[in-house]
Ligand binder design. Structure first.
Ligand code: XMP
Length: 513
């Protein structure tokens, strides 16, 4: 089997870095994002076949702006610099970058003034997306300009001998109409990479890697029953068979009857036996009186660790803990050298305390959800399981702003069940990325029969997204919303008002907390 060609994207904090990674993988080429402190040695050791330098908010002229190990430019590995990446190349090779006055933001026309393999398949002019404050005043001596922007500023520079390329625009953004062709040209024509990142390759490589890492030791798998952990369970089962034990923790923050559904589904459909532990009291007691969203997340994360410590006491001979963590979980929880902000602490990303001695296995921590679904299909997992909406680790705990109580949880579970049931019945479930209900802890006045009511409100949330990083609210049919609203208000005591959340991400997030 050919080994998988690998692209590393060095992240300078651009909001589009994840998108670059996705686009590369859409071309069936494997990519990972790394930080600017990566060394030339690490790049060599990992057999990286091409490098992309991302954009970023800093100016290369600022003191302390992110830089890379200069010897990376001497590795003779093809490099494509995008925006900030281009400016870094420019500065490194003795060109000049000017800060300030000529900002270019938005759609722009690029004029190609020299035929080049980076632009194979393109006409002489094409629409690109610009987003930069700095511009190049003087390109380095050994480079030539192959395209310019409408303002006659360099839009693309190349040094074919060194295989170093720089573009001022963002090929990863849809507004760059031929962005995918340009990326494809760089990766396949210039860097000569094979398009061999298929789910089957990924599975074969991961199985090999997991077997090498684990040896004859034992693995505890933490399952939530969601898409990621179900696919992970099947992959690990293939790799290690009986060396794995699956555990499912009821934290009291699950959907209606979720605990039984998950255990049965794993047992019956995936043939994975699961040990179920009910720790709902511990979680709910620890959350008593807590209203701050980040505190709630931290508490839930900490109780998970405590619970795992207890469980591993019972399974002393286990050396590894496997989790279905995805790439967006990692990204949203980390701060890239202080440049991007932590949005939410995803409980499953904090790592494990030293004292636990368990080592983490996270086979999907560089993938997006739709990629995991593709792997699941390759593993033969059924559509129903793969089609399940994402469900966050802290569960309903982040869908009850304010204090979490058992009474509120009961109400929310019923409302959520009605919404999901009706979505399935109407055929809309598979058309949305994720749908759920949020309990709004605010009482409003209503009238039922001849009586005044004074009860809580709920919000329905349904979004379309391809990876959870950005999202738009789903335009669900009005009839469906009406049915859900009627059923919730009529069937659930304690709710007298239903609203529909029409906020996209950004500026909102998908969950309310
Ligand atoms: P947000 O609310 O950040 O959510 O826009 C993006 C996606 O991530 C899910 N989410 C989580 N998943 N642990 C998880 O495993 C978490 O702590 C967590 N918080 C949010 C969310 O449901 C959505 O799909």
């Amino acid at each position: 089997m050919n080994s998988i060609d690998k692209v590393w994207i060095i992240d300078f904090g651009s909001q589009y870095t994840q998108l670059i990674a996705r686009r590369v993988r859409e071309l069936s080429i494997f990519s990972e994002i790394v930080l600017p402190d990566i060394t030339a040695d690490e790049i060599k050791k990992n057999s990286v076949s091409a490098i992309i330098l991302s954009g970023g908010p800093a100016s290369v002229n600022d003191p302390g702006s992110p830089d890379i190990d200069g010897s990376i430019f001497e590795l003779n590995i093809p490099i494509l610099g995008i925006c900030y990446g281009l400016q870094l190349i420019c500065r490194h090779f003795g060109g000049q970058v000017h800060s300030g006055d000529k900002r270019e933001y938005g759609k722009s026309k690029m004029i190609i003034n020299q035929k080049h393999k980076l632009f194979t398949g393109l006409d002489s002019g094409t629409q690109v997306w610009m987003s930069h404050g700095d511009h190049i005043d003087k390109i380095p001596d050994d480079f030539s300009i192959i395209a310019e922007s409408e303002n006659r500023a360099p839009a693309a520079i190349v040094n074919d001998e060194r295989k170093i390329y720089g573009i001022q625009f963002h090929p990863e953004v849809e507004h760059t109409v031929e962005g995918m062709t340009i990326l494809d040209n760089f990766l396949t024509t210039i860097a000569d990479l094979n398009k061999n990142w298929t789910p089957k390759h990924f599975i074969d490589e991961k199985i090999k890697e997991i077997r090498e890492t684990v040896g004859d030791k034992k693995v505890l798998m933490a399952l939530s029953g969601g898409v990621d952990s179900s696919v992970m369970a099947v992959l690990l089962d293939r790799a290690l068979g009986e060396q794995c034990t699956a555990v499912f923790i009821d934290n009291g923050l699950l959907r209606l009857n979720e605990d039984t559904k998950v255990v049965n589904q794993l047992k019956d459909k995936l043939k994975i036996p699961v040990e179920k532990y009910d720790y709902s009291d511990q979680f709910l007691n620890a959350l008593q009186g807590v209203t701050d969203p980040e505190k709630k997340r931290k508490i839930i994360g900490n109780v998970f660790i405590e619970v795992f410590e207890e469980i591993t006491e019972k399974h002393k001979d286990f050396n590894f803990l496997a989790q279905g963590t995805l790439y967006p979980d990692v990204i949203e929880s980390r701060s890239v050298k202080g440049e991007s902000e932590v949005i939410k602490s995803h409980h499953n990303v904090g790592g494990l305390p030293e004292r636990m001695k368990l080592k983490l296995i996270e086979p999907f921590n560089s993938l997006f959800k739709d990629e995991v679904r593709a792997i699941g299909r390759e593993l033969g997992i059924n559509k129903f399981i793969l089609g399940r909406h994402p469900f966050p680790g802290p569960g309903l705990g982040v869908r009850i702003p304010g204090e979490i109580t058992r009474a509120k949880l009961e109400i929310l579970k019923k409302a959520d069940d009605i919404f999901i049931t009706e979505l399935r019945r109407s055929g809309q479930y598979d058309r949305v990325w994720q749908a759920f209900v949020v309990l709004i802890p605010v009482k409003t006045v209503g009238v039922m029969g001849d009586q005044r009511t004074y009860e809580n409100a709920v919000a329905l949330r349904a979004v379309n997204s391809s990876d959870g990083m950005t999202a738009d609210w789903s335009r669900l049919p009005a009839e469906l919303l009406a049915t859900v609203s009627n059923r919730i208000v009529n069937e659930i005591q304690g709710i007298n008002r239903v609203v529909y959340d029409i906020t996209s991400k950004p500026p909102g997030t998908i969950e309310w907390e």
